[in-house]
Design a protein around this ligand. Structure first.
Ligand code: TRP
Length: 454
């Protein structure tokens, strides 16, 4: 079967940005900024995106397009008989693990969208002051722990994934991204405008953008590194898989810079949305930790604004778009692998193999927040275990081995050939990327890794 490719440059960028832009940009990033002292974190984060993110992304693109295959077969093709393919196996494991709980969270966003439409989200709970953070905190705690509804929404998300992935690369993934990514950016622009017109906007923007250099500590740097890695979807085989659909003439260096910059832009825009809003409504001292920013603090903001329901609907739509495009790319890693390896390219069968187990694992993940919370793995609920295992261990491990492979063991000139399209374009990237991949990225990733255990 002819290898599938994306149909256009815009489509390929929309799809890759769709993968990278996710809940990590929308709620994890502002939470990290808040926890790490504002502008100082932002500055370090920007450095991390360009020093770590861009070169690793180029490396993944080179692997995917040069190796023409899924995360595992690229290593088999480029390094036959060597154990590097195990990196691919870990990547597949990482993406599948993240997918299994990311679907649950994506399900919450869909439920919040639905209950914004019905108005149920803003109905008062007896005993709580209407519109208070207690009201929304109680609602969220109760909701994620109920047995049925979150499971139903999780399954709905699996169905959405199935429908899009069944369409294949061009008619499924690319078409969806071309439709949804512009909507996401329009919504973000709208929210930025609204937030900047609030009374205390200046104060919020200052907190976010003005670095206080005394706040830059090793801890802040490590958090920024980890966030950059997560936000750019590195180390999971997703970028390798998507780039195997890049046509031969795609400029990988430029594409990696564009995708990383757009991902950064979304994070920046979210900062511009969040900080003025929380300052203006007196919520700056609430902790954004976990999912509270989006499910507790923001509903409080909307409650105080005219047009509560409309804003709430638009925001949860934005969140849902960000989440869905990420789940699709996570699932595609496994779908591409199984289709290539076991089903002669038949995506339908491969989809069944990939999605059916999720119909069991993801609901279990959801239930582990409630009725199954007493079942623990290494002292954690299933949901938290899968989260920490994949992001703290698998992600850096895959990133590290991939950089070592590309920097030190890949066929001579491989990276250069891919980044220059076999000499067709002149580019400084191969040399710069090689140095970063050889020395800088592995060290930085090692730092993240060690710090997680220190
Ligand atoms: N980048 C995604 C976010 O910001 C999360 C993520 C990490 C991801 N790795 C991924 C998404 C791989 C898709 C594929 O939320």
């Amino acid at each position: 079967m002819a290898k599938q490719t994306f149909g256009s440059k815009a489509g390929l960028i929309a799809a890759t940005v769709g993968s990278a832009v996710g809940l990590g940009n929308i709620w994890r990033f502002p939470a990290e900024v808040q926890a790490n002292g504002g502008g100082a974190f932002l500055l370090v984060y920007i450095l991390c995106v360009f020093l770590l993110g861009v070169p690793v992304m180029m490396g993944e693109f080179a692997l995917g397009r040069g190796g023409r295959g899924d995360t595992i077969s690229v290593y088999r093709r480029l390094a036959p008989g060597k154990p590097w393919w195990l990196t691919g196996v870990l990547g597949l494991l990482a993406s599948y693990t993240i997918l299994s709980f990311y679907l649950v969270v994506a399900g919450w966003t869909l439920e919040y969208l639905v209950s914004s439409v019905t108005g149920d989200l803003y109905a008062t709970i007896p005993g709580d002051a209407p519109g208070s953070s207690a009201q929304f905190a109680h609602r969220m705690a109760e909701y994620v722990a109920t047995p049925v509804k979150p499971v139903v929404f999780t399954i709905l998300l699996i169905v959405i994934n199935a429908v899009v992935l069944l369409g294949g690369v061009q008619k499924g993934i690319e078409k969806m991204s071309n439709l949804l990514m512009p909507v996401l950016f329009l919504l973000l622009i709208l929210f930025c405008c609204v937030s900047l017109s609030l009374p205390e906007a200046g104060e919020g923007v200052t907190f976010f953008l003005k670095p206080d250099f005394s706040k830059i500590t090793p801890g802040v740097c490590i958090d920024a590194l980890g966030q950059a890695f997560f936000s750019l979807s590195l180390g999971m085989g997703t970028l390798v898989t998507y780039s195997s659909y890049f046509p031969k003439d795609t400029r990988l260096g430029r594409t990696a810079v564009t995708v990383s910059a757009l991902d950064l832009l979304v994070a920046l825009m979210m900062g511009i949305v969040i900080f003025p809003a929380v300052m203006s409504f007196g919520l700056a001292n609430e902790s954004f930790e976990g999912a509270t920013l989006v499910f507790v603090t923001l509903p409080e903001v909307f409650m105080q604004m005219p047009g509560t329901q409309a804003w709430s609907i638009l925001f949860f739509l934005l969140l849902l778009i960000a989440a869905v495009t990420s789940t699709i790319s996570l699932a595609e890693v496994a779908v591409a692998f199984a289709a290539d390896r076991y089903f002669k390219g038949n995506r339908r069968k491969s989809l069944l193999l990939v999605l059916l187990p999720l119909l069991i694992v993801s609901p279990l993940c959801s239930l582990s927040n409630g009725v199954l919370s007493h079942v623990t793995i290494f002292g954690q609920t299933l949901f938290n275990f899968l989260d920490t295992f994949s992001t703290n261990i698998l992600l850096p491990l895959v990133g590290l081995t991939m950089c070592i492979y590309l920097g030190w063991f890949a066929p001579r000139g491989f990276l250069e050939e891919e980044l220059t399209n076999r000499g067709a374009i002149r580019s400084l990237w191969p040399r710069v990327a090689m140095v970063l991949l050889r020395y800088v990225a592995p060290l930085l990733i090692l730092l993240i890794f060690i710090s997680r255990f220190a």
